[in-house]
Design a protein around this ligand. Structure first.
Ligand SMILES: Cc1ncc(COP(=O)(O)O)c(C=O)c1O
Ligand SMILES: N[C@@H](CCCC[NH3+])C(=O)O
Length: 425
């Protein structure tokens, strides 16, 4: 089902015409369809149902808005968190402690303490050094921390280098060849209970082959760990399944293809599986709604200058990512243009020489697939206000994050009394 349907020539989010939101909230604004994210969560749950009772721990980093997290919690999903901040958000949004997995290479002692106090399903350990720190923290608290060893399987994910995490040179995980030694160290440390293994090789994966290779290695490791006397009860298969940003690109594997592959590879593992999907759930559920400030003449083609910029949606400038860009009221005509934002960097470009709907100053456009890694990665560069977010449910909608204006930044900053003292008088 299309949750951003054109009706009467105007793009809607569910039953709300986008111009109505632009008028009420202003632009740029992230608009999310709760129906779209729930449909994806439901589809994933159905595809994974034959695997027993897996824990689907939504990767909070993809979109940590409290209303999005509460939607996920209400749908029964857990949370994969990578910081104390994400842990706090997940708990505050109603995710039960027992459904929280804590990932990340740089967990601090304070973050470990906080998660142990509040409770969690497991820490995914990424190094022997981290195991030592967690052991000390848990022991001092008189607790036992449930842990999984996140391995680095040395598998190339075939995605953008900046979002690949499973190759040998990557900072993530414990080299799989060292996992048996690491498990022995974990077992010998007080305050740790080795419950399982974990792997995550990257994001926006458009082929199942690298995932299958990584999972195959994980299966062999589970057998080795059991042979060494470890009681392995869980296997966390990470996230990473990609979306089709560009409709002319080959269709990525479906959620059902993924479920079938996992069922085949994990047959006989006898563990509870954990998944950490982010983008897959929320990516297509969001658009960045923006207004054309002006169309400026260019050397090769015109520049469509939007009021959204690289600080609001970093993916095109950071990863050269392709996002669909369309007019909210297309008139049937097209043009070729560079689509840019107002920020003072040439990298503030959403698309180059792109065939788009014809637009003029004052018209609205949407940048698609902005529900994941959009607002969450935004900055205030060029002293631009963080973009507000709206959640739509049928004909209802609500601002779920207010626009943060320049006055708010200034209230947070402080000029010491001695600045400029030597220069005065
Ligand atoms: C450990 C971990 N789990 C889950 C995810 C979520 O990835 P995705 O949004 O691609 O599903 C990431 C991001 O790549 C991650 O680093
Ligand atoms: N931020 C990345 C994904 C990173 C995944 C986090 N491990 C993106 O927009 O594609």
């Amino acid at each position: 089902m299309n949750h951003f349907p054109p009706r009467d020539g105007i793009v809607h989010c569910e039953d709300v015409p986008l111009p109505q939101l632009a008028r009420a909230v202003g632009t740029p604004v992230f608009v999310y369809s709760s129906g779209a994210m729930l449909a994806q969560a439901q589809r994933l749950r159905a595809a994974l149902a034959p695997l027993g009772d897996p824990l689907i721990a939504y990767a909070v980093k993809a979109n940590p808005n409290a209303a999005v997290l509460a939607t996920m919690a209400a749908a029964g999903l857990g949370a994969d968190v990578v910081s104390g901040g994400e842990y706090a958000r997940a708990r505050a949004s109603g995710v039960p402690a027992g459904k929280i997995v804590f990932s990340g290479v740089g967990k601090t002692a304070a973050e470990m303490r906080r998660a142990l106090e509040g409770g969690l399903r497991q820490f995914n350990l990424e190094s022997a050094e981290e195991a030592e720190m967690l052991s000390a923290v848990a022991s001092a608290m008189g607790r036992v921390a449930p842990v999984a060893i996140r391995v680095n399987p040395d598998v190339e994910a075939g995605t953008h280098a900046k979002i690949s995490t499973g190759a040998a040179h990557s900072k993530f995980g414990i080299p799989i060849a060292d996992a048996i030694d690491a498990a022995a160290r974990v077992k010998a440390l007080p305050g740790l209970d080795l419950a399982g293994v974990a792997v995550h090789i990257g994001s926006q994966l458009t082929s199942l082959a690298p995932l299958e290779r990584a999972f195959g290695k994980l299966g062999a490791l589970i057998a080795e760990l059991r042979a060494a006397g470890h009681d392995i009860r869980t296997a966390d298969l990470g996230g990473g399944l990609g979306l089709r940003y560009d409709p002319s690109a080959p269709e990525p594997p479906s959620i059902e293809d993924y479920g079938a592959m996992v069922a085949r590879v994990t047959r006989g593992w006898d563990v509870r599986l954990i998944f950490e999907p982010g983008r897959l759930i929320v990516g297509d559920a969001g658009v960045l709604l923006t207004e054309v400030i002006r169309v400026k003449a260019g050397a090769a083609q015109p520049f469509v200058v939007l009021d959204a910029a690289m600080n609001d949606l970093m993916r095109p400038s950071l990863y050269d990512a392709w996002h669909g860009i369309e007019a909210v009221r297309p008139d049937g005509e097209t043009m070729i243009a560079d689509i840019v934002g107002p920020v003072c960097e040439s990298g503030d470009t959403f698309a180059t020489a792109r065939l788009i709907d014809r637009v003029a100053a004052g018209e609205l456009m949407i940048i698609r697939t902005a529900g994941a890694y959009g607002a969450t990665m935004a900055s205030t560069y060029n002293s631009r206000a963080l973009v507000p977010e709206v959640l739509v449910n049928g004909a209802e909608w609500e601002v779920v994050r207010e626009r943060r204006d320049t006055e708010a930044f200034l209230r947070e900053e402080h000029v010491p009394a001695w600045v400029g003292r030597e220069l005065v008088g």
